[in-house]
Design a protein around this ligand. Sequence first.
Ligand code: RIB
Length: 334
Amino acid sequence: MKKITIKDIARMAEVSPTTVSLVLNKKPSRISEEKKELIYKLAKQYGYTPNLNARGLVSNKTNMIGLIIPDIENPFFASLAKVIEEEVDKRGQSLILLNTNDSYEKDISGLRLLNMRGVDAFLIVFSNEAYSHEKELKELLAELNKPFVLLDRTFDTINCNQVIFDNHKGQMLATEFLVDKGFKNIGYIAAPEHSLNGEKRLMGYLDVMKRNNFPTNLFVYGNYRFDSGYELVEELVKKDIDSLVIANDVMAYGALKKLNELGIMVPDDISVIGYDDLIYSSMSLTSLSTVRQDQSHLGRIGVELLYKNIREKTHIEKIILEPELIIRKSIKEK
Ligand code: RIB
């Protein structure tokens, strides 16, 4: 059966297609109440459903928001996407989610694809590779000319709407806590070398080690994924560390698995603090101490800022959220 269109309804109601579109989109019009009722009746009678792309052409809005995340397997981003979808849904809109697998090329293709799909605005967590392509990405964001908010990962030189955590403070909190507990040979599995969050966390760790005249060569660069925590921790164990801070919980899970295989007990032999406070960190057998980056809070504040920018096109704001140290069973009581 042929799908009924706005033109069909217009012909039956003896009005223009624009009038039908205004009435069905509940926009102001000079048409009589009698004709309005006839248009609603015909739309219902013939099962008219709007073509969203066509609606976007008329109202210049599709009621869709695009979200780009770098690693959907990491619960940090999965939890973030979940709360963003809930917040966008509360506002009567839909979310289109794209995962880039931490690829710069997919940052680019994803932004272009979402723009072609006509999303009204963007929420973006860039890939770690983006830090090697900052200029191109900033040019693309300007070219898209739509409201956007950078979440969690930003560039030091960009003036845009963004919501991030204080990465330097977060890693300082974890490292200082271990120093206060009497640990000295504190190892560190860092985030990827060319990521801004990673650089700031590494500085937070090194500032504490330097301030206490502790070794500053007890760190290695990870890749935020399970395998690097698993493979790298043994190198630090060989340097006789007495404790360990790690730049995210997923790498911490990998490190804990390897320490277990090596017969090294946590916390009795080595105390461990991760970063993110993923949903699994409180569930593990030796519950993981960590630095909480509240994903729900990040998502809610990010969506609020995006809709503020949709309402006020010139609104620019940088919001820095506070990390929180969460102590659980992975630290030895000295
Ligand atoms: O676990 C993934 C990491 O990358 C998190 O620490 C978050 O800050 C993101 O940037």
